[in-house]
Ligand binder design. Structure first.
Ligand code: GRF
Length: 223
């Protein structure tokens, strides 16, 4: 069984979606930089190791990163999954887990990197917004894209309604992307995402027209 370590900083709803997806893997640990992260309690209730590496206990970013990397590595993960992890990781950390670390970002990258993505999308008046799962590289919110889901920005939307519409899609695409990696349907080759086997590439593109369909099982659609 492959092993996953999930990094969180807060509420942990994407982490919960991963727990609920019945992935073909062991969630070996949930680690947070924030001792108050709600997701830690959820992990404990599900008998998963929940650890804290508090960035406030370290004098600088590199010493925090070194401690975090050691904690992550102690669980010998095949995959490191950032699920609302709000610390910028150093190049050393990213290099150590290169090709086996994913992040989810609440925008259609490369638009709206960083924070406050939903309000910025509203301010720009875009018609399409969404979310992206990508491999983590040393550049914040960049990195080869695995899957994206788009949602319409509707008249009358505010930050909360738009965020909720995007979050629903996050909970679909993150388990899908993680499953693809676990099943070797996706890999990173020379900085590009490569799809293998019978995986239908269009499954990596979720358009607004598809949102009425039920939750994804994480299985690739075949043609
Ligand atoms: C999500 O919107 C995710 O895309 C972003 O941070 C948020 C975390 O939410 N990186 P949750 O903790 O998974 O509920």
């Amino acid at each position: 069984m492959k092993r996953i370590v999930v990094l969180i900083s807060g509420r942990g709803s994407n982490m919960r979606a991963l727990f609920e997806a019945k992935l073909p893997a062991t969630i070996a640990a949930v680690i947070s930089n924030n001792p108050a992260a709600a997701g830690l309690e959820y992990a404990r209730r599900h008998n998963v190791e929940a650890r804290v590496v508090n960035h406030r206990d370290f004098p600088d970013r590199s010493s925090f990163d070194a401690a975090l990397a050691a904690e992550v590595a102690s669980f010998t993960p095949d995959l490191v999954v950032l699920a609302g992890f709000m610390r910028i990781l150093t190049e050393t950390f990213v290099t150590r887990f290169a090709g086996r670390m994913l992040n989810i970002h609440p925008s259609l990258l490369p638009a709206f990197t960083g924070v406050n993505t939903h309000q910025r999308a509203l301010d720009e008046g875009v018609r399409l917004h969404g979310c992206t799962v990508h491999f983590v590289t040393a550049t914040l919110d960049h990195g080869p894209i695995v899957i994206q889901a788009a949602v319409p920005v509707l008249p009358g939307d505010d930050e909360a309604t738009l965020a909720a519409r995007v979050l629903e899609q996050e909970h679909r695409i993150y388990p899908t992307a993680v499953r693809w990696l676990l099943e070797d349907k996706v890999s990173l080759e020379q900085g590009r995402v490569k799809f293998h086997g019978a995986l239908c590439f269009p499954a990596a593109v979720i358009s607004p027209a598809e949102q009425d369909k039920g939750p994804r099982t994480g299985q690739a659609r075949e043609v």
